[in-house]
Design a protein around this ligand. Structure first.
Ligand code: UDP
Length: 382
C-alpha cells in the first residue's frame, strides 16, 4: 500500500527527499509551500526589464566536492562554469578575498613568496590563544590584528549584529586563507551556476507523478495525522508555534539599483568597514558571465535581526539560542512520524550542497529502515 507523505517547504531539502521517496513508487507525496514560488531562498527569476537572472534572496553559488551531489544537480540542470572571486573594500583600499598571497603582499606592501608569507602571517598571529573557540580568537590566532581589523571585524559586526567574541570560530573557518595566488572563494572540487537558475532545478526535481505541489499553501501541523510521515523544512520553532520562544535569525534586506553596462566589474564586492551600512554589493549579471545584457541589476545587502514577519536567513546560534534549541529537540523526541530537515528545520548555517547531500543521505536511510526508525533530524542540530 502506498504511504502518504507530507513535506513542508519546497526548497532543496524538501524537494530532494520528495523525489527520492517518489521514485520508489511506494509513496505519494504532497509538498506544501507557503510562498508563491519554489526553491526557498535559492529562488531565481529572470528580471523582465533587463533579462538578468536575479537571485531573489541574495547570490547563490553552487559548489561541492561530493561526486554524488554534483551528479545529482547535473541530472536536473546544465551548469555554466563559474568561479567565485570576491573583492573587499577596506579602509586601506580594495583587496582580493579570500585572503591570499596577492592580498597579503598588497596589504603589507611586500613581495613575499608562499613560504615567506606563511612565516610572516604566522609571526602576526596571537600565539597565546591555544584553543580558539570564538570568531575573534580564531582570527587573531591565525591572521593577527591588522588583517582582522581590516577585513573581518566591521563586516562581521554588521552581518551578525553582535561582537565577534560572541560568535563561534566555525563561521570564520568557512573562509580559506591561502599562501598562493589562488583567489577562488571556495575549495570545492566542483563549482558552477545553473543556466536557467535554481528554481528551474527544483521544479524539475519535483516533476514526478508521485509528487503533488501546493504552492501558496502552508502546512498546518494540526493536519499531521492525515499523513504517514511529515518532513518539516520550516523553522523548527515555527512547528510548535514558537511556544517555547523564538530562535534568533539574521535576515537580509536588499536595496536594488539599476545601471547600464558594468557597474562594479565583479559579481560581489564586500564592504568591510563598520561605517558603511551595507555588507556587500552584488551585481547579478556577472553570476552568468556567458550571458550578454546591456543593463545591469545590483543590490546593496543590509543585515538585520529577523523580526517575526521577516524571512529568516542565517541562524544566529548564540548561547541562549542553543539552549532553546535543546528544549525544542527534547520536545521533538516525543513526536512520532516527523523528521526535521534543512537549514531551518535543523537551525544550522548550511550551504545548498550540504542540504542536498544530507537529504540524499536521509532518504537512503529512510528507504533502508522501517518507518518507525526514521530519524528525527536530517543531521544533528547541535
Ligand atoms: N566575513 C568577513 N568579511 C568578509 C567576508 C566574510 O568578516 O569580507 C566573515 C563574516 O562573519 C561572514 C563569514 O566570514 O559571516 C562567512 O563568510 P561567507 O562569505 O561564507 O558568508 P555568506 O556568503 O554565507 O554570507
Amino acid at each position: 500500500m502506498t504511504k502518504k507523505i507530507a513535506i513542508a517547504g519546497a526548497g532543496f531539502a524538501g524537494a530532494v527527499v520528495a523525489r527520492e521517496l517518489a521514485e520508489t513508487g511506494k509513496y505519494k507525496i504532497v509538498v506544501f509551500e507557503s510562498r508563491p514560488h519554489l526553491a526557498g531562498n535559492c529562488h531565481t527569476e529572470r528580471d523582465a526589464p533587463t533579462g538578468v537572472m536575479v537571485h531573489q534572496y541574495g547570490p547563490h553559488i553552487f559548489h561541492t566536492s561530493r561526486e554524488d551531489v554534483w551528479a545529482y544537480v547535473n541530472r536536473f540542470a546544465k551548469f555554466g562554469p563559474y568561479t567565485n572571486r570576491v573583492k573587499a573594500v577596506t579602509n586601506r583600499g580594495v583587496f582580493s578575498l579570500p585572503i591570499n598571497l596577492l592580498t597579503i603582499n598588497q596589504f603589507f606592501g611586500k613581495t613575499f613568496n608562499p613560504e615567506e608569507a606563511r612565516e610572516f602571517i604566522g609571526s602576526l598571529g596571537d600565539s597565546s590563544i591555544e584553543d580558539p573557540k570564538t570568531f575573534e580568537d580564531q582570527a587573531l590566532k591565525f591572521l593577527g590584528r591588522d588583517l582582522y581589523d581590516a577585513f573581518f571585524y566591521g563586516y562581521t559586526k554588521k552581518q551578525w549584529g553582535v561582537e565577534p567574541t560572541e560568535l563561534p570560530a566555525s563561521i570564520l573557518s568557512r573562509l580559506p586563507v591561502r599562501f598562493n595566488y589562488d583567489d577562488n572563494y571556495y575549495t570545492s572540487r566542483y563549482q558552477g551556476i545553473p543556466l536557467e537558475g535554481y528554481t528551474a532545478i527544483v521544479e524539475k526535481i519535483l516533476d514526478h507523478e508521485n509528487i503533488e505541489v501546493q504552492l501558496g499553501e502552508k502546512f498546518d501541523p494540526a493536519f499531521k495525522d492525515q499523513f504517514d510521515h511529515v518532513f518539516w523544512s520550516g523553522p523548527i520553532d515555527a512547528y510548535y508555534n514558537f511556544e517555547l520562544g523564538r530562535l534568533q535569525y539574521r535576515s537580509l534586506q536588499f536595496e536594488r539599483f539599476d545601471a547600464t553596462g558594468d557597474h562594479q566589474g565583479n559579481p560581489v564586492i564586500n564592504y568591510c568597514e563598520a561605517k558603511v551600512p551595507y555588507t556587500r554589493i552584488t551585481e547579478h549579471k556577472h553570476f552568468a558571465p556567458w550571458e550578454q545584457h546591456e543593463k545591469t541589476v545590483c543590490f546593496k545587502e543590509y543585515s538585520k535581526l529577523a523580526e517575526p514577519h521577516d524571512t529568516p536567513y542565517y541562524p544566529l546560534r548564540l548561547q541562549k539560542d542553543k539552549e532553546l534549541l535543546r528544549e525544542y529537540m527534547d520536545r521533538i523526541q516525543g513526536e512520532p512520524n516527523i523528521t526535521f530537515i534543512g537549514r531551518l528545520g535543523t537551525y544550522r548555517y548550511l550551504d545548498m550542497h550540504v542540504v542536498i547531500g544530507e537529504s540524499l543521505d536521509l532518504a537512503k536511510t529512510c528507504l533502508e529502515k522501517s518507518q518507525s526508525e526514521w530519524p528525527k533530524f536530517s543531521a544533528s542540530p547541535l
